[in-house]
Design a protein around this ligand. Structure first.
Ligand SMILES: Cc1ncc(COP(=O)(O)O)c(C=O)c1O
Length: 380
């Protein structure tokens, strides 16, 4: 692994959770264990369903002196290229319950909307998707191809969500949102349950006990869905480490304070799906006591990591990992290369690490740009 001999990557921030108190029972009550069961039973029967690969990053584990680094490759999730395919589409099926007259609506940074649009298309339902001015046309076109009407809203993600809610209330559309707010918890719980399917698959794909899991977070839905899966399917509870962009570290700030904190995003991260200023309500109930550690990272090594995944620097196989697939790896490398953090996290030669490779080239234009600048850095 010559090109990464000098991987001296740094975290922006690192904190341990003083309120850590993992309880399988509590977690499966919040997410609702019956949803977790139903999500796997339902999704595993969908046409073309197959578990996504669990790739062993053998070269990286040798370099970092760890036993195994497993990378769950969600670029292969149906044809949607991200784990989000498991959440929105499942929630559409559950909330509409065969009623063909329902029009579904959602606000999205891209991948969740794609999942809702696909879920609606599968069931022959009409679908309205609200996007902010920051969502690329490439992502918008993916949703149009799935027959959704895409409505662009001036302003950021929050503004697109506000518009989605007011228009849906006016027109009687069914909101299928992955974010929870007061009195809107059922649908976000369904999306989280959908994400837990990744962990069910992993529990069948390896018999090694996972010791550490690195989970990316935006509003925390993916992380808490994965944690619900861990509570349900893993025999031993691994250390759980959250990763966020440095300018959108709302989980870290909330865990540090022991209460929900809003972050004012000064600069949007290149990791668009994770550039969120507020933790969602249901995920927070799970995250606040079940994560061991929170970390944040810069955008600096995102393109390089995209190129390293693609050029087999970490593994024997080529991996197509988009921008949000990179921070788990970036954080792991930074943690393992810092002797104090390594010791604190008990990262050892017997450790088996799990990283969720959340997305592939879901935004092809951005992916190609990152790959190109990353390749140039690799050649330096
Ligand atoms: C593409 C993408 N969008 C969004 C997110 C964030 O998910 P959530 O907002 O559920 O925390 C991730 C991963 O963390 C991601 O890979």
């Amino acid at each position: 692994m010559s090109t990464s001999e000098d991987l001296k990557w740094k975290l922006t921030n690192y904190i341990d959770n003083k309120n850590y108190n993992f309880s399988r029972e509590k977690i499966l009550k919040i997410c609702d264990e019956s949803n977790v069961d139903d999500a796997y039973n339902t999704i595993s029967k969908w046409k073309d369903y197959k578990p996504t690969p669990l790739v062993n990053l053998v070269k990286l584990s040798n370099k970092l002196k760890l036993n195994n680094i497993f990378y769950k490759d969600e670029s292969k999730r149906f044809h949607l290229k991200s784990f989000k395919a498991l959440g929105g589409a499942y929630a559409v099926e559950k909330t509409t319950q065969g009623n063909k007259n329902i029009i579904v609506a959602t606000a999205t940074a891209g991948n969740h909307g794609r999942s809702v649009a696909w879920g609606a298309q599968r069931l022959g339902l009409k679908c309205k998707i609200f996007i902010s001015e920051y969502v690329s046309e490439a992502r918008a076109n993916c949703m149009r191809k799935l027959d959704a009407e895409v409505i662009r809203v001036n302003g950021n993600y929050e503004k697109s969500l506000e518009t989605c809610i007011s228009e849906s209330n006016k027109n009687g559309w069914e909101i299928v949102q992955d974010v929870a707010w007061e009195n809107y918890e059922y649908v976000p719980k369904l999306t989280m349950a959908g994400y837990s399917v990744m962990i069910k698959e992993i529990s069948n794909q390896t018999n090694q006990y996972i010791t550490h899991v690195f989970l990316q977070a935006g509003v925390g839905g993916m992380a808490s869905g994965a944690i619900a899966g861990i509570a349900k399917y893993f025999k031993r509870i691994p250390k759980i480490i959250i990763v966020e962009p440095e300018n959108a570290d709302c989980v870290l700030k909330s865990v540090e304070n022991g209460s929900l904190q809003k972050v004012n995003i000064k600069k949007e991260s290149i990791m668009g799906g994770m550039s969120c200023g507020e933790v969602s309500l249901v995920p927070w109930k799970i995250l606040k006591e079940s994560v061991n550690t929170c970390t944040s990272v810069t955008d600096e090594n995102v393109d390089l990591t995209v190129a390293m995944l693609r050029n087999k620097i970490f593994s024997d196989v080529e991996i197509v990992g988009g921008e949000c697939s990179t921070p788990g790896i970036i954080s792991l490398i930074a943690c393992a290369e810092d002797s104090e953090i390594r010791k604190n996290l008990e990262l050892e030669e017997s450790s088996n690490i799990l990283i969720i490779g959340c997305e592939g080239d879901a935004d092809e234009d951005l992916y190609n740009k990152l790959l190109s600048t990353g390749n140039k850095k690799l050649l330096k």
